[in-house]
Design a protein around this ligand. Structure first.
Ligand code: NAD
Length: 488
């Protein structure tokens, strides 16, 4: 049995409701991004451990889960929601020290979303049904929706609890068993989740949670012959490699929630205060390390100068520091490598002719902090306007006409999220319809909820988390046809 090292948490791989060491005793180290100091050592799953997790899940599926009634699944999901609620302070603390997320934001966002998702899908457990078909009047025909069996979820570091639950809740409600590969940069919420799964009373093997390197544990899941589906959230480049691994192995199903370069269009008639509030939040929340970040802000020429002036004044300075403290408004970037990558993008943006409105420099000592950063007059083809930077870097530019704004907003390989700010319902209806994006908000940014499907157009991926739509990807359809003999 692996010993505990941090916050009383078990640090082993959670397989069959037990925390066990990885094959060969492999571990990986995590760093507190606010201090740059070592935080914990957790087990790092190897290919052999992935085999063990798949075997445990398969055994549990056949032995009990396949026949367990939907009401049992609902009860367990509701119990897990209760436990997350009970331990929300611990989870928010772990997210702060491990992923650099602000304690208050995690309480309001990630944890609340996780609880909502579990309760929402608990309600779905006994409502996943098929259809009665006409069958050309030749007998009895119907469809049923069936689980896929052993599924896997691969989760990124930026919202590790919430994104794990986005997969877990519909997967379990639909009757599947699951292996969750937690992110190597922020595994601690996943370790805690393992403990709560056990306490909630899930039978062994139904939910297995393993940390490990993407190239080893993630890749082993993606090419495993015993896994029927991978639900992946992460970068577009890793999404491609998961598709290749599926094609090269058993053609497992895949859903991909990938990157974004979200446009926010601010029309001249918008409520300026409201637009400033949301566009600033859209690029500074969690330091812009959010797939749905509103990193491109297109502002009508009639209000452009004023918007930029106010944006500058309100977002240039933010109290940065320890994410656990209530006064802190800005936490660290997840890692030294990610900080360097953001700084490089800023440097290239400045060379590409963008006018630096503010920011662009690393700040503080020890931790991985960067100033809120904004560019004005950004060239459409520059790296700042084109690439997902995954940092607090806004690219602001001006437009003249609605057609121009829509065309420029859609000129991207991504299509995950967009925001429109206007007081005209006609403009809002026209522009939301024209956005090539899976999630569009009007006069706000974000607004995730359990009943709302979330996912991308274009290279932001396919499949949805949330809502009834997510259940589609966790089930398959069987058609049954009875031939009925004519009465004699
Ligand atoms: P990442 O793609 O580097 O890693 C995501 C996960 O994939 C991690 O668990 C990692 O270990 C694993 N992984 C890495 N290489 C792998 C491989 N070869 N095979 C299998 N698994 C592998 O992404 P990240 O840096 O953790 O997160 C940032 C990215 O995630 C950004 O691009 C962001 O836009 C995206 N993201 C998308 C959403 C969404 O809902 N669309 C949400 C959050 C983050």
């Amino acid at each position: 049995m692996v010993t505990t090292t941090v916050f009383g948490l078990s640090t082993g791989l959670f397989i069959n409701n037990k925390f066990i060491p990885a094959h060969g005793g492999h571990t990986l180290d995590t760093i507190n991004p606010a201090t740059g100091k070592h935080l914990a050592k957790v087990s790092a799953a190897q290919t052999e451990d992935v085999d063990s997790a798949v075997a445990a899940a398969q055994t549990a599926y056949v032995a009990c889960w396949k026949r367990s009634p939907p009401q049992e699944k609902a009860k367990l999901l509701l119990r897990l929601a209760e436990l997350i609620e009970r331990d929300r302070d611990d989870l928010a603390t772990l997210a702060a020290v491990d992923a650099g997320a602000l304690y208050a934001d995690t309480q309001y966002g990630e944890i609340e979303q996780s609880i909502q998702q579990l309760r929402y899908y608990a309600g779905w457990s006994d409502k996943i049904t098929g259809k009665l078909l006409d069958g050309r009047g030749e007998g009895l025909s119907f469809t049923s929706r069936e689980p896929l069996g052993v599924c896997a979820a691969i989760v990124p570091w930026n919202a590790p609890l919430m994104i794990a639950i986005w997969k877990l809740a519909p997967a379990i409600a639909a009757g599947n068993v699951l292996i969750i590969k937690t992110p190597e940069l922020a595994p601690l919420c996943g370790q805690k989740l393992g403990e709560l799964v056990c306490e909630a009373g899930f039978p062994p093997g139904i939910i297995n949670i393993i940390c490990g390197l993407g190239t080893i544990a993630g890749h082993a899941l993606a090419e495993h012959q015993g896994v029927s589906k991978i639900a992946f959230t992460g970068s577009t480049s890793v999404g491609r490699s998961i598709m290749r691994a599926s094609a090269n192995s058993n053609l497992k199903r895949i859903s991909l929630e990938l990157g974004g370069k979200g446009p926010s269009i601010v029309f001249g008639d918008a409520d300026l205060e409201n637009a400033l509030k949301w566009t600033i939040r859209g690029i500074t929340l969690h330091n812009g390390q959010i797939c749905a970040a509103g990193s491109r802000i297109l502002v009508h020429e009639s209000i452009y100068e004023r918007f930029c002036r106010e944006f500058h004044q309100r977002s240039r300075d933010a109290v940065y520091g320890d994410p656990l403290l209530p006064a802190t408004k800005k936490g660290p970037i997840i890692s030294q490598a990610q900080l360097q990558s953001i700084l490089k993008s800023v440097e290239m943006g400045a060379r590409n002719g963008g006018h630096l409105l503010h920011g662009g420099k690393a700040i503080g000592e020890g931790g991985y902090f960067i100033e809120n950063t904004a560019f004005m007059g950004v060239d459409e083809d520059s790296i700042i306007a084109r690439d997902e930077i995954f940092g607090p870097v806004a690219a602001i530019s001006k437009f003249s006409t609605e057609e121009e704004a829509v065309a420029r907003a859609n000129r991207t390989i991504y299509g995950l999220s967009a925001a429109v700010f206007t007081s005209s319902i006609d403009t809002a209806v026209r522009v939301t319809a024209a956005m090539e994006s899976g999630h569009v908000t009007v006069n706000a940014w974000g607004m995730l909820s359990a009943d709302a499907p979330f996912g991308g157009y274009k290279q932001s991926g396919f499949g949805r988390d949330g809502g009834e739509e997510a259940l589609e990807s966790w089930t398959t359809v069987k058609t049954v046809k009875y031939s009925i003999s004519a009465s004699t």
